[in-house]
Ligand binder design. Structure first.
Ligand SMILES: *Cc1c(COP(=O)(O)O)cnc(C)c1O
Length: 405
């Protein structure tokens, strides 16, 4: 007689609290995106679904500002988008200049090394943007480098690097460029063709405010040619672009099964991209800036200091120093328990020292800014800090009325 595992008791359908997401992602999903997610599944080769996939490609070209035909959504989180770029473009023995000014640059180094490449690391202090001069020097010292990789919007610190300048340096040296735009896409300009970038990946759950688990990517013709002329097979079956594209863009509509697409998640991505198109990229960028300015005005009134200097600050990720004497984890816990508000903690060398406030996609709106400033002022006051809630809210309001006039 076999012994069966008994059915677990005491577990019911999950109850999800209504949270307000102002951390480093995921961001609040718009009700229209949630509704799209709840539509019935259809087959992943159904003509109606295939039509929707074609529209996603067109909408992504708009979001990425590119004519690249290879623009689609990888089935997987932003990390799979990252890995798809590196596994297809890096071969054993390749040298890649990788910039590290936060967590995600570190992951790029890991990717290069795991696929047999050598990473030449350009280091910048966390909270600083990537220094183009250091990159120029590294490219000069390593004329055999195949690619330059950097993070456009470093979510771990809130710093934005000058992608146009960095991609330009790579091009001057005949290098490919691999750009992490997970947190920038939809929040600050990602200008693929204007920069002449080669491979860019993003994520669905940050400024696109979509369900987590999809990674929009785009590859230039140069990057595609590089994949086509590889010496060795791509070591990942799932992420091999040659195989995936038999499903996403087979010529003559002869799509074949590769993997079952996350059908419902793609409905949601389609809806979030339609919403971005309707709002207009420039308006979306301006909205992120506006709410950032209001939040910043409130933070100034509360005496909070930003980690990143003003010129390099991301509107969608606001990292501030935790005031001395404050229990940073207790503040986050109270915000979550009393106000249903999620904010982010610091990572790596910034752990325990900073808070990260996201204003991404649908989370970037006035009611969130006001809720956040009021809740934070209350919680800080409870910890014995002089936090003038009225002044913080008035400062944010002044930004809004100034803009509305
Ligand atoms: C969130 C993030 C990622 C990883 O995305 P996941 O969806 O969590 O895998 C990569 N790079 C940056 C800059 C990010 O902010």
């Amino acid at each position: 007689m076999t012994t069966r595992i008994p059915a677990p008791q005491g577990i019911a359908s999950c109850k999800i609290p209504a949270r307000i997401l102002m951390g480093p992602g995921p961001s609040d999903m718009h009700p229209r995106v949630v509704a799209a997610l709840g539509k019935p599944a259809i087959g992943h080769l159904d003509p109606a679904f295939v039509q929707m996939m074609e529209e996603i490609k067109v909408l992504l070209r708009y979001a990425f500002q590119t004519g690249n035909s290879l623009s689609f959504a990888v089935s997987g989180p932003g990390s799979v988008g990252m890995e798809t770029c590196f596994v297809n473009l890096v071969e054993p023995g390749d040298k890649v200049v990788v910039c590290r000014n936060g967590v995600f640059g570190g992951r790029m180094i890991e990717n290069v090394q795991r696929f047999g490449g050598t990473a030449v690391v350009v280091e910048d202090t966390w909270g600083e943007p990537v220094d183009p001069q250091k990159v120029a020097d590294a490219l000069k010292a390593h004329p055999d480098a195949k690619a330059l990789a950097f993070v456009h919007a470093e979510t771990s610190t809130g710093a934005q690097s000058d992608a146009a300048a960095l991609v330009g340096l790579a091009r001057e040296r005949g290098c490919l460029s691999i750009v992490d735009a997970v947190t920038s896409l939809g929040g600050t300009p990602v200008l693929t063709d204007e920069w002449a970038a080669d491979a860019i990946y993003s994520g669905s759950q940050k400024c696109l405010s979509c369900v987590p688990g999809l990674a929009p990517i785009t590859f230039s013709e140069r990057a595609v040619a590089c994949v086509r002329t590889r010496r060795q097979k791509v070591p990942s079956w799932f992420m091999d672009l040659g195989l995936v594209l038999e499903y996403w863009s087979a010529p003559g509509g002869k799509r074949t099964y590769h993997h079952t697409a996350p059908v419902n998640s793609l409905y949601a991505l389609h809806e979030s991209l339609v919403m971005l198109r309707d709002e207009g990229l420039e308006n979306a960028w301006a909205r992120h800036r506006l709410h950032h300015r209001a939040l910043k005005a409130g933070f100034d009134a509360l005496g909070l200091r930003f980690v990143v200097r003003e010129e390099a600050r991301l509107p969608q990720l606001n990292a501030v120093h935790v005031p001395t004497g404050i229990d940073e984890a207790a503040v986050r816990k109270q915000l979550l328990e009393r106000y249903q508000l999620e904010i982010g903690a610091g990572l790596g060398p910034l752990a325990g020292k900073v808070w990260r406030f996201g204003l991404m996609g649908y989370s970037a709106r006035a009611e969130n800014v006001n809720l956040c400033l009021g809740a934070l002022a209350d919680v800080l006051s409870g910890q014995g800090i002089q936090a003038d809630k009225g002044a913080a809210l008035a400062a944010a309001q002044a930004v809004y009325t100034g803009n509305q006039a």
